[in-house]
Design a protein around this ligand. Structure first.
Ligand code: C2E
Ligand code: CA
Ligand code: CA
Length: 574
């Protein structure tokens, strides 16, 4: 039995027309009803909100008024198919012009509504706003192919473009393309001394300057860290590429303003040409080999890849394992380059520079084999050998030179040596063996190596200072040592990197950096040496700047011991 109060009987059916209209109006999915000509009959709140228009204003309009012109014919054709009964509904993605500024990306589902006799009455259109999702997709695509920091293409996009270019070249005999592999010289230093956010600022500024050096059709990418790459399509050969490299080096001559300080940097470039016969990864790896060579030549330059380089790199790697035997076989020797005191014209010191004459491979430059020996660790043994050989040589010279002409000896040490306490024992033993005073020995360490190993090497450096062994920062000016760091170091000499001397002109142009290093050395009570002096006008400019000492081909190349002794016996006329 059914109770009298039973709601089933008393209450009206919940889905009456009014309720249905309300459900339509409140549905979170945008919906609209169109007549068979596409004119608006009704639209719900979500639809009006998405288009930024009131329902009342819509009623005078047609759906076409909001649809991207390009999609109108397709929509009309699909609408006709619905009316004819060929299909029940369709879905399409299109763009809506809205009252808001940006057009909307939307997905439309259009359904034919028919009466009980299957006659078409109206279209029900459901609209999903895809704008945000599309934007997110675009962002994801962007992140997959672009570098977040600089906005340049990333490695993936670069490799992709390079592959496309090489494919095109396979089909047609185009002019060759060129890949330039760029790496900032001594960038680690700026990150470690001035902080990563300063490093990032520098990379962004650099990216903008590099952009200005290439054509729009070329691809400039950041491969990671301080590595960039450029793809030059259709080069006419060496001249083209040289022009781009020159523009890049020029663009870096202006100082970079990072944080509140001005700083300078240089870049090394490895170049390789592609003619369609190679893969992208071979080209990149060859460009990297050429870059390695450019770095070995002191950086701030570009080198074009040659097939022999790869072989050379492999050979060097193998050779480095035999370098100890090389010493025994007497393939290695030390040369001495005078460092002249500008006040007296006397040779204040000699720098010991290692040489390797290999019976098959000829003379191999230390810039080539020292970095390999660093990596393989052989450098500690070879370094010890140089230390001993050079100290023995200088002590042999002693009796042949009057007291005031006896030089000190500068010996290059690599970071691996400086982080080992064994170095102290070695030096004490050698000084005892040769009878040389500690004050006659000065170690040279590059600014960059010093910054990178500072925490590990500080104790060794302090002990060297207690022993009264001198310490010189080599290649100074490119490693961004901060003033406060410099003051903490037991360093007595700064050696100006030769890249700053090379550009000094007759009229005194390009002396600013040398001048500021000399001023800095003065204020810290250090001696300053300029290396790489090749011309009389460079010498004269350095004299005018009151530089203490100079070294370079203008006076002498690195000499064999006998020639070095003769050089020291007669002070030069200045
Ligand atoms: P470095 O310490 O900067 O040495 C100076 C380099 O500049 C030498 O090259 C020297 O020959 C060259 N040079 C000197 N005057 C001039 C000039 O007027 N113009 C030009 N263009 N160059 C000049 P080298 O002998 O080829 O040595 C290259 C590098 O190899 C050295 O650079 C040093 O970093 C490293 N090295 C050499 N011997 C040793 C060593 O015994 N131990 C270690 N760890 N490194 C060494
Ligand atoms: Ca040196
Ligand atoms: Ca140097």
């Amino acid at each position: 039995m059914v109770s009298e109060q039973s709601p089933d009987i008393a209450a009206p059916h919940p889905l009456n027309t009014k309720t249905l209209k309300q459900i339509f109006w409140l549905s979170p999915i945008g919906m609209t009803i169109l007549d068979l000509n596409g004119r608006f009959l009704s639209a719900n709140q979500a639809f009006c909100d998405a288009l930024g228009i009131e329902e009342i204003d819509l009623l005078a309009l047609s759906f076409k008024d909001f649809t991207d012109c390009e999609d109108v014919p397709l929509l009309c054709a699909l609408g006709s198919q619905l009316i004819r009964g060929n299909r029940q509904h369709f879905q399409i993605e299109t763009r809506h012009r809205s009252g808001k500024k940006a057009p909307l990306q939307v997905s439309l589902t259009v359904t034919m509504v028919r009466d009980s006799l299957q006659r078409p009455i109206c279209f029900l259109v459901q609209v999903v706003d895809l704008t945000e999702r599309k934007w997110m997709e675009d962002q994801l695509k962007h992140h997959a192919f672009y570098d977040l920091l600089t906005g340049l293409a990333n490695r993936a996009l670069f490799v992709n473009r390079l592959e496309q270019t090489l494919k095109r070249m396979e089909r047609r005999t185009d002019k060759p393309c060129a890949v330039l592999f760029l790496d900032l010289d001594r960038f680690k230093g700026i990150n470690e001394s001035l902080g990563h956010s300063v490093g990032d600022q520098l990379l962004v500024t650099l990216a903008r300057r590099l952009e200005a050096c290439v054509r729009r059709c070329d691809t400039l990418a950041r491969l990671g860290g301080d590595e960039f790459a450029i793809l030059l399509e259709e080069t006419t050969g060496l001249e083209d590429v040289t022009a781009v490299c020159d523009r890049i080096h020029d663009a870096l001559r202006r100082p970079f303003l990072v944080g509140d300080c001005e700083t300078y940097t240089t870049i090394s470039i490895g170049v390789v040409y592609g003619d369609g016969g190679q893969t992208a990864s071979t080209l990149l790896s060859n460009a990297d080999t050429a870059l390695y060579r450019a770095k070995a030549q002191g950086g701030a330059c570009h080198t074009v890849f040659e097939e022999t380089m790869h072989q050379r790199a492999v050979t060097l790697w193998q050779l480095s394992n035999y370098s100890q035997q090389a010493v025994q076989r007497q393939e290695m020797h030390v040369r001495y380059q005078p460092i002249v005191d500008l006040a007296t014209g006397q040779t204040a010191s000699v720098e010991a520079l290692i040489r390797w004459n290999h019976p098959q491979h000829g003379s191999i430059s230390p810039s080539e084999f020292i970095p390999v020996m660093e990596e393989t660790g052989v450098i500690t043994d070879i370094g010890y050998w140089v230390l001993r050989a050079a100290c023995q040589q200088v002590s042999q010279w002693q009796p042949q030179l009057p007291q005031h002409l006896r030089p000190t000896v500068n010996i290059n040490v690599s970071p691996r040596q400086l982080t080992h306490f064994a170095l102290i024992d070695q030096i004490e033993t050698i000084l005892a063996e040769t009878g040389l005073a500690a004050e006659q020995l000065r170690l040279e360490i590059t600014e960059n190596a010093l910054i990178q190993t500072i925490d590990l090497s500080m104790q060794v450096l302090k002990t060297l200072q207690e022993l009264k062994v001198g310490l010189c920062i080599d290649d100074f000016g490119m490693g961004y040592s901060s003033l406060s760091r410099l003051q903490q170091l037991p360093v007595d000499t700064l050696k100006i990197d030769r890249s700053f001397i090379r550009h000094i002109k007759r009229d005194g142009e390009n002396t600013e950096i040398a001048r500021s290093i000399i001023d800095l050395a003065r204020s810290l009570g250090m001696t300053v040496v300029a290396e790489g002096v090749e011309t009389l006008h460079q010498l004269e400019q350095l004299k005018a700047l009151a530089c203490d000492k100079v070294q370079g081909f203008y006076f002498a190349k690195p000499l064999l011991p006998d020639a070095a002794l003769r050089f020291m016996q007669t002070p030069v006329m200045l």
